[in-house]
Design a protein around this ligand. Structure first.
Ligand code: DX5
Ligand code: ZN
Length: 216
């Protein structure tokens, strides 16, 4: 068993009509983070949920809430997400706002910082964040929707970023198209956190699929 690999189920594919039950079910598994996708219909072509929903599910688990903000502007919303119960707050490199301004706000609230890059963004942009971030999130699909195919060209980028991280204590997370086949490729390329939405929620046994994703 590869204990170093963390699993982060993305609730984008959960049944929102019974979200509390879904979170309780995940709480009973040995998943590490719960990945929460926030979309604004502007930075990405889809709309999801806001801080109130995070607040309403916070009581269902003590697991780490890994909040992926696909929104721009983002800075003015960070306090609300922090107060709602986010533990890791990930913002995108590609936003028009200054990224370091938002990093400062996340740190003011004593939350972990994540920086995400889209598939077309080169690995080298990550260098300037290495001393200021706890997590780097490599998108392996175009952000916006669950259930898309893994973009295999991103594997080289994951390897490059793994090399840049070296011994630093930074999570290298991949998001998009993770299944029992692509999880192995992402882990071999250097990822240590796997986000998975449709693969986990299409399976009736969350415990089993989470174990299988980790053990590939
Ligand atoms: C996509 C989201 C992902 C999404 C992944 O923009 O960031 O977290 O839920 O879904 P799957 O695992 O189905 O590709
Ligand atoms: Zn995500």
């Amino acid at each position: 068993m590869n204990k170093k690999v963390k699993i982060a189920p993305s609730i984008l594919s959960a049944d929102f009509s019974k979200l509390g039950d879904e979170i309780s079910d995940l709480d009973k598994t040995d998943c590490d983070y719960i990945h929460i996708d926030i979309m604004d219909g502007h930075f990405v072509p889809n709309i999801t949920i806001g801080p109130n929903v995070i607040k309403s599910i916070r009581g269902y688990t003590d697991k780490t809430f890994d909040v992926h903000l696909m929104i721009d502007p983002v800075k003015k919303f960070i306090p609300e997400f922090a107060n709602a119960g986010a533990d890791i707050i990930t913002i995108h490199h590609e936003i028009k706002e200054n990224v370091f301004d938002s990093i400062s706000v996340i740190k003011e609230f004593n939350k972990k910082v994540g920086i995400s890059i889209k598939p077309s963004t080169p690995a080298k942009v990550v260098e300037k964040y290495l001393d200021y971030t706890d997590l780097i999130l490599v998108m392996t699909v175009e952000p916006g929707f669950g259930g898309q195919d893994f973009l295999h060209k991103q594997l080289d980028k994951i390897k490059d970023i793994k090399g840049m991280i070296g011994n630093k204590k930074i999570d290298l997370e991949v998001d998009g198209g993770i299944n029992l086949n692509t999880s192995k490729k992402a882990i071999n390329a250097g990822a240590n956190v796997l986000v998975s939405g449709s693969t986990i929620f299409q399976c009736s046994e969350y415990k089993k699929i989470i174990k299988d994703l980790r053990n590939v």
